[in-house]
Design a protein around this ligand. Structure first.
Ligand SMILES: [Zn+2]
Length: 107
């Protein structure tokens, strides 16, 4: 079975692919989108909760730095609604992310 981390990786990748295709005219991830993906994966792997990770909205460990957080927020804002149509199976996870980022305040 796919782990939560694997699933999140897959969703992030799909979102970035959509975003990059429409914003950077690229079929593969461009350098900056790929960097963002690597960064996100690293954060996921280093999440101290791993398998028992609670919903990120409840997580007190703020694992994204400000710049990356803004970037990923932008990607999710754009790709989120498109994901619902393209990857309906991931709908629930989309909302999960939406809640996660809604509760984040940028300092
Ligand atoms: Zn790109």
């Amino acid at each position: 079975m796919e782990t939560r981390i694997d699933r999140e990786k897959r969703i992030i990748t799909n979102m970035l692919l959509l975003y990059c295709r429409d914003h950077h005219n690229s079929l593969e991830l461009c350098k900056s989108c790929n960097d963002l993906k690597e960064y996100t994966f690293k954060r996921l792997i280093s999440c101290p909760f791993e398998k028992d990770k609670p919903a990120c909205s409840k997580c007190t460990n703020h694992c994204y730095n400000k710049i990356e957080k803004e970037k990923i927020k932008e990607v999710m804002k754009y790709a989120g609604p498109k994901m619902l149509r393209k990857f309906p199976k991931d709908t629930i996870l989309y909302y999960y992310y939406k809640i996660k980022y809604k509760n984040y305040t940028v300092k």
